[in-house]
Write a protein that binds this ligand. Structure first.
Ligand SMILES: C[S@@+](CC[C@H](N)C(=O)[O-])C[C@H]1O[C@@H](n2cnc3c(N)ncnc32)[C@H](O)[C@@H]1O
Length: 422
């Protein structure tokens, strides 16, 4: 749903005012608003322009410098695919040699912009009128892209010359996430049914999607950006050069731009359950290295493959931390964060507080899986003060129900997967 404020900006006065604004600076927002009202602009228009200026600043994380030319709503931005990922989506369509892509449920146009940016003709469709208006503005630089305000499932794809479809169903309603794919809009089964007429189909889905919901003949790829799992996407027909199965695409941003690494599972049917590896049974079996797999690799069912490559085993049942004596090779490094294990402590506040005080631990990175502890609450209870920095992994080891703290030292500089620190 787009907010009314956007309509005010789509007037000559509104557009001019927005274009004249400097980059968003929270410290200046109040005085800027005041001086714009004093210049005679209506309070509603000033509020609309400042909201858009703030959204554009936030959108830079997803769209880089292009955000300054685009229009957003808070919801539309929240749901939009970031450019680093939509560029990978678009590359599949370009490589498949398709001639016109329908982006069904285009939102503010995050994916459509990436497709159009590769010179692919795009028909972007959204059933929310104001959102479709924003997509129209955002796709303005691309004459081969058009936007339609319509129900995605009512579009006659053949008549419109469409030979490829991308869909990103809405997975939220009234601010809440919807986990059942049949409650998404449009429902996953309705989107997948389009394959009968358009085999080149891609669907962005929630990364937590159950493997059993994946079509056996598709390729599903989970994507992480700097350690955060951002999506999974189901690719069908000519959009799956790798063939049916599962893979992880891990993107890391660095000084020289974004690096991309892919690892595929051995399965040829993505709906098959991932192979389980027996965990170690006691802390005595812990190796000298702890590996924390990237979340995309875990979701893609690659833990068994990582265990094989690293001669590792999970530290506990259903715990995605691995232990071995081996460092990852170059090909595996992007998919795990590796640590040297220095100590194993009981997960007991008194013991941990005494240790933190004794060593002068002032900064603590905490990773956790399989234990019900809030890292922030633990840090507060530890009353950290001092110059030392440590990394702790809170988890369960072997078949013990009690939690432990693995004190570790990071070995490489790969960004973390699920850590929190300060
Ligand atoms: C997750 S957002 C798409 C975000 C988009 N991929 C991007 O990167 O900006 C889903 C969009 O689908 C639209 N939508 C949901 N059901 C639809 C339907 N039946 N027909 C057309 N649009 C629909 C919603 O209005 C929403 O804008």
């Amino acid at each position: 749903m787009a907010e009314n404020h956007v309509a005010l900006l789509l007037t000559p006065e509104g557009w001019e005012l927005l274009s004249s604004l400097p980059h968003y600076d929270p410290a200046e927002a109040l005085s800027l608003g005041r001086s714009l009202r004093e210049e005679g602009h209506s309070p509603a228009l000033v509020a609309a322009a400042l909201t858009q200026q703030r959204l554009r600043a936030r959108a830079a994380a997803k769209f880089g410098p292009f955000a300054q030319q685009m229009l957003f709503t808070a919801d539309g931005l929240e749901q939009a695919t970031r450019l680093a990922v939509s560029a990978h989506h678009a590359a599949r369509y370009a490589a498949a040699g398709v001639t016109k892509v329908a982006d069904l449920g285009c939102g503010i146009g995050g994916d459509a912009v990436a497709l159009a940016g590769l010179d692919l003709p795009v028909l972007a469709v959204d059933h929310d009128e104001a959102t479709a208006a924003l997509a129209t503005i955002n796709l303005m630089p691309f004459p081969h892209a058009s936007v339609e305000y319509a129900d995605a499932l009512e579009i006659d794809l053949a008549e419109r010359g469409v030979d490829a479809v991308f869909a990103d169903p809405a997975r939220r309603a009234e601010g809440r996430r919807i986990s059942d794919p049949e409650q998404w809009s449009p429902a996953l089964s309705q989107v997948l049914a389009l394959r009968e007429t358009v085999p080149a189909l891609g669907v962005k889905v929630a990364p937590g999607i159950n493997h059993t919901a994946l079509p056996s003949d598709s390729h599903t790829q989970w994507v992480s950006v700097d350690g955060d799992v951002v999506e999974a996407a189901i690719w069908c027909g000519p959009l799956t050069p790798e063939g049916p199965g599962r893979s992880a695409l891990v993107l890391h941003s660095g000084a020289n731009g974004i690096t991309a690494h892919t690892m595929a599972d051995d399965v040829t049917d993505p709906s098959e359950p991932p192979v389980q590896v027996d965990p170690i049974t006691s802390p005595d079996d812990l190796g000298s290295i702890i590996h924390v797999p990237d979340g995309a690799a875990i979701r893609a069912g690659l833990v068994a493959r990582l265990c094989q490559t690293l001669s590792a085993r999970p530290v506990g049942p259903r715990i995605g931390y691995l232990t071995s004596e081996n460092m990852p090779d170059t090909a595996t490094t992007p998919f795990v964060r590796s640590f040297r294990l220095t100590e194993v402590l009981p997960l007991r506040l008194k013991t941990l507080r005494a240790r933190a005080r004794e060593l002068g631990v002032g900064s603590l990175e905490i990773l956790k899986r399989g234990v019900d502890v809030s890292p922030d609450a633990l840090r507060t209870s530890l009353r950290l003060s001092g110059q030392e920095a440590e990394t702790w992994i809170l988890t369960r080891v072997g078949d013990k129900a009690k939690g432990v703290v693995l004190v570790v030292e990071p070995i490489d500089s790969t960004p973390s997967t699920d850590s929190s620190s300060h």
